[in-house]
Design a protein around this ligand. Structure first.
Ligand code: HEC
Ligand code: HEC
Length: 364
């Protein structure tokens, strides 16, 4: 109704301008325009339709191939995700660097691991990661199951020496042995390093954060504010969607950092995985879901503010100097990607008691 009135107002206005003839007295006075809260420029249903061509709403769960969602694996995976005892010093779990009550990050540029050592890369969020084409900034692990095996062995992360050491620990917790049997029925020896990754992966496949933007895509025209809709328009018009698209608003492709204007970084990115010259400084395009909550930004955590991250993207990836109002709008849109995880799903579970054979912590 308000919109129709506004259109009429605009129409009257343009007509009166077009037919302006100063010899004649002014026509009927133009009606006062409605409050400018919802400018007539944004047609929410049409914008949602356009957005659906580029993005997709989140599913409830990201299945692994054809496998159905398996509650026994999810419940075991949740315990393993939170279990600090699986690290060498028994102080670090997946949750130390990917805190589920902090949008899946620790807020640090790089994360302290075993004995406080830090790697060169920022800890990305685990939320919605199962949707990505591959895991890590350089995509070196194919999926969340394969990825979960990395940090446990990494000497500067959980620092377990060998796969056998991990399996020995799991076998020394009687309730874990039972839980692996229940989660992998029919396997003669279900307590394996690989199944450790499969269980954690099953849990991670449910770490999803539906957001106002998902409701907007699903047809709720009131889900985004005017500024957020303007930001969405800008995000699409300036070309962010070339790379940040799909269900993750990113996570679906690899691109060079500094595609248009070179970017200074010592990290060779995907080149380290493929050894291909063309992959130098190529990174997986990060998902922008929850991005207002997961700083600091970029692969090395060197960019503290989201304002700066967005401006750098404009200049280095698109060759555009975004104006301050554009950056503001885009960030308003990005905030509509902040979602909420199911509180029960991510809550820290009770961990089973260790048996007498469980090794002592090694502070090394
Ligand atoms: C000491 C901190 C630390 C611990 C502990 C840790 N991670 Fe990470 N995680 C990282 C860092 C840093 C990266 C990025 C490394 C890279 O890309 O080279 C990462 C990457 C990931 C990714 C990839 C996400 C993406 O967008 O590509 C997932 C998933 C993940 N970790 C899950 C886990 C799980 C599961 C565990 C426990 C088994 C775990 N992490 C333990 C620091 C940690
Ligand atoms: C040509 C591909 C491409 C385009 C276009 C692009 N990006 Fe990116 N974006 C990337 C890549 C690759 C990264 C990862 C860079 C890194 O961390 O080293 C990234 C990172 C980001 C980050 C930081 C994510 C994080 O978790 O640290 C934000 C925010 C971002 N982009 C927003 C935008 C916005 C807004 C636009 C449009 C103005 C845009 N991007 C355009 C490829 C692109």
């Amino acid at each position: 109704m308000i919109r129709t009135l506004a259109r009429l107002a605009m129409l009257t206005l343009s007509l009166s301008v077009a037919c302006d003839d100063s010899s004649k007295p002014a026509a009927t006075p133009t009606p006062t325009p409605p409050p400018a809260e919802k400018p007539p420029g944004i047609d929410a249903p049409a914008l949602a339709e356009r957005a659906r061509g580029v993005f997709k709403p989140l599913p409830d769960y990201v299945p692994r191939g054809e496998e159905p969602r398996d509650q026994a694996r999810i419940d075991l995976g949740r315990q393993l995700y939170y279990d600090e005892r699986i690290s060498l010093n028994q102080e670090l779990s997946c949750n130390s660097c990917h805190q589920l009550d902090r949008f899946g990050v620790d807020g640090e540029p790089t994360s302290p691991g075993h004995k406080g050592q830090r790697g060169g890369r920022n800890s990305p969020t685990v939320f919605n990661a199962a949707l990505h084409i591959a895991q890590f900034w350089d995509g070196r692990a194919a999926d969340v199951e394969a990825q979960a095996l990395g940090p446990v062995m990494n000497p500067i992360e959980m620092a377990m020496g060998t796969e056998a050491d991990v399996v020995a620990k799991l076998n020394a917790v009687p309730a874990y042995v039972d839980a692996f049997k229940a989660a992998f029925p029919g396997e003669a020896d279900p307590v394996t390093f690989n199944n450790f990754g499969v269980a954690i992966g099953a849990f991670e496949r449910g770490l999803l954060t539906p957001s106002p933007f998902d409701r907007f895509l699903a047809g709720d025209s009131t889900a985004l504010s005017t500024q957020q809709m303007e930001g969405l328009q800008t995000f699409m018009e300036v070309g962010c969607t070339t790379c940040h698209n799909g269900v993750g608003i990113g996570g679906g492709a690899y691109f060079k950092l500094g595609l248009v204007k070179p970017y200074e970084t010592a990290d060779l990115g995907r080149f380290e995985v493929t050894q291909s010259e063309a992959d130098k400084m190529v990174f997986k395009v990060p998902s922008l879901r929850n991005i207002t909550k997961t700083g600091p930004y970029f692969h090395d955590g060197s960019i503290g503010s989201l304002d700066d991250a967005v401006k750098l993207m404009g200049s280095h990836q698109l060759g555009r100097d975004l104006t301050d109002p554009q950056v503001k709008q885009i960030i308003a849109f990005l905030d509509s990607l902040t979602g909420e995880a199911d509180a029960g799903y991510i809550a820290r579970p009770a961990l089973p008691e260790a048996g007498p054979k469980f090794p002592a912590p090694d502070k090394g």
